[in-house]
Design a protein around this ligand. Structure first.
Ligand SMILES: [Zn+2]
Ligand SMILES: [Zn+2]
Length: 255
């Protein structure tokens, strides 16, 4: 950690836990009344015109008028994934994208709490019951070794602690170290990720049976990863599956 990062870390820590120093904005480091300054807070956006199932941005209201109540995209209607809903806190841009990137490459308790709490607040707004167990998307062991921690697991741990939900992080494994997915087209991502996860040998599926499970990830891009993980959970007997993430990238499906 360089000097500035270290100073910022301790200033935030002293403020949050000991209430000694005034708070500075987590994004721009300017003085702030809470974790974000007013300007950065304005930059947090969330698209509500998205499919309730996969969170893809929906076409205009005219185009999806054939299913206005369900607010599901054409893809989820014709070829539904094995998860029933997606909950995300914000769009993946501006401050949230910066915080997630910072968190990915620098394990920080403050960032972990901040990002996980964004998901927790959003979960509390929904009418459906809270999940009975959280399943963080596993990292391949090689990637885990490089990074030193699994960001999805750390997020799940904090959410689980806040909402009193168990975290099952030893049931699934990532068997293939898929190439970096960012920047790839949907179809390529789907091909890359196919069969990349499986249930760990010897693990008891009974833990998953008839439960409402939530797959936890930091960012959902095309949803290919979520689809693959959900497939395994469904096969293992899950009754209902939700996908939860800090952020969702915005882009339209080409019908
Ligand atoms: Zn700021
Ligand atoms: Zn959809």
């Amino acid at each position: 950690m360089d000097d500035i990062k270290q100073a910022r870390f301790w200033a935030a820590w002293l403020h949050r836990f000991l209430h000694i120093l005034p708070c500075t904005c987590e994004i721009c480091a300017r003085p702030a009344a809470s974790l974000f300054c007013a300007q950065c807070r304005l930059d947090l956006t969330r698209n509500n015109e998205c499919c309730v199932q996969c969170a893809e941005e929906l076409p205009s209201t005219i185009e999806f008028a054939y299913a206005p109540q369900s607010k599901r995209c054409g893809r989820c209607i014709t070829n539904p994934p094995d998860f029933q809903r997606t909950v995300f806190a914000y769009d993946y841009n501006g401050p949230v994208a910066e915080l997630i990137q910072r968190f990915k490459f620098n394990e920080s308790l403050i960032l972990n709490h901040l990002l996980a709490d964004m998901i927790t607040s959003r979960l509390k707004e929904y009418e459906f019951p809270l999940p009975e167990a959280l399943i963080p998307v596993p990292l391949h062991p090689l990637r885990l070794k490089q990074r030193g921690f699994n960001q999805s697991l750390e997020l799940a741990r904090r959410i689980g602690k806040t909402l009193n939900i168990p975290v099952y992080h030893t049931l699934l494994i990532r068997t293939r170290n898929t190439p970096k997915q960012s920047g790839l087209a949907r179809r390529t991502r789907e091909i890359n990720i196919k069969g990349a996860f499986q249930l760990k040998a010897g693990k008891n599926k009974a833990q998953l049976k008839s439960k409402h499970l939530a797959i936890v990830d930091d960012v959902i891009t095309t949803g290919s990863t979520t689809r693959e993980v959900a497939k395994i959970l469904k096969r293992s007997g899950a009754a209902s599956i939700s996908a939860i993430a800090v952020a969702k990238t915005r882009h339209r499906i080409n019908y």
